[in-house]
Structures are given as structure tokens and as C-alpha cells.
Design a protein around this ligand. Structure first.
Ligand code: LMR
Length: 330
């Protein structure tokens, strides 16, 4: 009898010790992404980790996995839904299977500049897109800028006919596929980690990226020309698994949200500076000529690519496109 009680006591003690140990274990947030650390997204992830370590010590641990080292862009969304990673920030081009509305950000020549993008993202319509995937267990926590995309190739691209027949790498986005088809080029979907090699080996002849992605992936070393087209946007939605986020202790979630707000402001203030610095680094490297379009040349690209809007108006919604356009005229 005594023996049994002692055993029961020991068992109860070890269970409660395990409970204490468990309660003391930090919540782990894995943040996986596909770009280098010296990019707007890479810097944002590191800043988030630093602030969480300062403000939630012992409570939350952030592990950052850059450069597709944990999951590539084809797998990260699935990993988020399976709970293998808790935070990701895919480019807005990678949401078409989850929210048709988010495709609005891919429409070519929709936003005049990043300030217009910023206004739209902060508008009621832009903010609503953050919660448009709740039924799929995805919660949008904010938008992070990278910047406007530039066209690169191994031949000078001044007018749309220069792109005819060339193979361009595109992200997994039907809108972007149609954008290149509109200038009679051949789009090839390819994951981000494969782009450098694709360009180097000639599997593709060109691509579209902000300067920070071109420079940090050394794409300029395998592209002779960049056309400063600013024809489209590459920004991110920072997302989490809704069930995970809603299951966090309320005080922890509130602190994480306030840290994320701070990081978002910092990323969005710094992104353009980073892109301009990388443009200069590309110029300094001397590998690539950067072409500036005349207003007439740019108008030709716009005219050639704009029919893509109509193709996706039904899926995206005419009102949403109008709201995005309205952010320009201010
Ligand atoms: C791309 O695939 O080109 C981008 O989404 C990479 C990134 O995350 O900036």
C-alpha cells in the first residue's frame, strides 16, 4: 500500500515537473523565406527576431531560415498550413490559390510608384485582403515592401517587340504569365532558388525583379541588360497559421503584433533605400547596362501589357482594381 502511494507520488511529481518544464519552454516561431538576408524581407525577419528576443525573452524563440534553406517557395505555404513553420512572407504573386483578390497586386502598370502601393495597402480594400484567407487558416499580419520590378535580359529591351520570343522566368502567377504572353514572350514558372542557374544556363533569357533581388542573387552577373521599367510590383504579405496565432496566449500575441507593426514600418521605410543601393552596386559591378525608358517607350509597354487587367477583372473584381488605381491620383 505504502509502496504504491510512493510510486504514485513520484509519478505525480515527475508529471508536474514535466508540466513546469513544458510551461517554461519558449514558443518557437520558425520564419522561413527565400531571399538573402541583405534584402528588405531578410532584414525584416532579423529585426523581428531581435525585438522578440528583447521583449519576450524566454517566452518566444524566433528561428529565421533565409535563402530557401528550410522551404522553397513551392513548399512554404503548405508547410505553414501543416504547422511546420509559423511565419512566412511570400510575394503577393504567390497567393492565387488562396485569394483571387490578392492578384490585383500583379497587374502590370497598375501602381505609379511604391507610395501609391503603400496607400492602397493601408486602404480599407487593401486591409481587407489581409483577412481574405481566414477560412483557409491563413491570417495576413501586414504588408512588407520590396519594390518595383525591372526587366532584365541578355539583350536590350526598349520596346515590347524586343521581348518577342524570349523566355522569361515568372513566379507562380497566372497574371504574370499573361503579362509576358501579352508581349509575345514565353513565360516559364520557376522557383526563386533556381533563377540564377536558369539564367546562367539559358533555360530562361530574362526575368523581372526589384534591384535588391537581382543584386543579392547575383543575377546581374548573368544578365547584360536591365530595363528600368518599374512595370509591376514585388511586395510581400506576412502571414501566419490562423489556428496557431489565435491559440497564442493573449499577452504574447499582443506583444508580437506590436513588434510586427514596428518592424513593418521599418521595412517599408528602408526598402527603397536598399533597392537604390543595390542598383548602385550593380552599376559599380560593371556587368550590366541599366537602360532608362523614354516616356514614349514606357507607354508602349503599358499599352501592350494593360489588356491583362481585363482578363482578370472577373476574378479580382472591378471595384478592387478601381480602388487600387485610385491610390495613384493623390
Ligand atoms: C520571387 O520568386 O521572385 C520572389 O517571390 C522572391 C522573393 O521572395 O522576393
Amino acid at each position: 500500500m505504502f509502496k504504491l502511494t510512493a510510486k504514485a507520488l513520484a509519478c505525480a511529481l515527475s508529471l508536474s515537473l514535466a508540466g513546469i518544464a513544458q510551461a517554461a519552454d519558449p514558443i518557437v516561431i520558425k520564419f522561413s523565406h527565400v531571399v538573402a538576408e541583405n534584402t528588405p524581407k531578410g532584414q525584416g525577419a532579423l529585426m523581428f527576431k531581435k525585438l522578440v528576443e528583447e521583449r519576450l525573452p524566454g517566452k518566444v524563440e524566433v528561428q529565421v531560415y533565409p535563402n530557401s534553406s528550410l522551404f522553397g517557395d513551392g513548399k512554404e505555404m503548405e508547410a505553414l498550413l501543416l504547422g511546420d513553420v509559423q511565419l512566412i512572407a511570400p510575394s503577393l504573386a504567390k497567393f492565387e490559390h488562396y485569394s483571387k483578390g490578392v492578384q490585383v497586386f500583379d497587374l502590370p502598370f497598375l501602381f505609379d510608384d511604391i507610395a501609391a502601393v503603400d496607400r492602397f495597402q493601408k486602404s480599407p480594400e487593401g486591409l481587407a485582403l489581409l483577412s481574405s484567407m481566414k477560412d483557409k487558416n491563413i491570417t495576413g499580419l501586414g504588408y512588407w515592401h520590396n519594390g518595383m520590378k525591372q526587366l532584365s535580359a541578355n539583350k536590350p529591351l526598349r520596346v515590347p517587340t524586343d521581348a518577342r520570343g524570349l523566355k522569361f522566368r515568372v513566379q507562380a502567377s497566372q497574371v504574370l504569365e499573361e503579362q509576358f504572353k501579352a508581349v509575345r514572350a514565353n513565360p516559364r514558372k520557376m522557383s526563386f532558388a533556381e533563377v540564377y542557374q536558369g539564367l546562367q544556363t539559358g533555360v530562361v533569357n530574362g526575368a523581372e525583379n526589384p534591384y535588391s533581388n537581382i543584386y543579392s542573387q547575383k543575377m546581374h552577373e548573368v544578365q547584360d541588360y536591365i530595363t528600368e521599367s518599374n512595370h509591376g510590383l514585388l511586395d510581400y504579405m506576412l502571414i501566419t497559421n490562423t489556428q496557431f496565432w489565435d491559440g497564442l496566449p493573449a499577452d504574447v500575441r499582443t506583444e508580437l503584433e506590436s513588434i510586427l507593426q514596428e518592424v513593418t514600418v521599418a521595412v517599408n521605410q528602408k526598402a527603397d533605400e536598399l533597392n537604390q543601393a543595390d542598383k548602385q552596386r550593380i552599376l559599380d559591378a560593371g556587368t550590366t547596362e541599366i537602360l532608362t525608358l523614354t516616356p514614349e517607350e514606357r507607354a508602349k509597354w503599358r499599352e501592350a501589357m494593360k489588356p491583362v487587367w481585363k482578363k482578370f477583372e472577373g476574378e479580382i473584381g472591378a471595384d478592387l482594381i478601381k480602388a487600387a488605381q485610385a491610390s495613384n491620383a493623390q
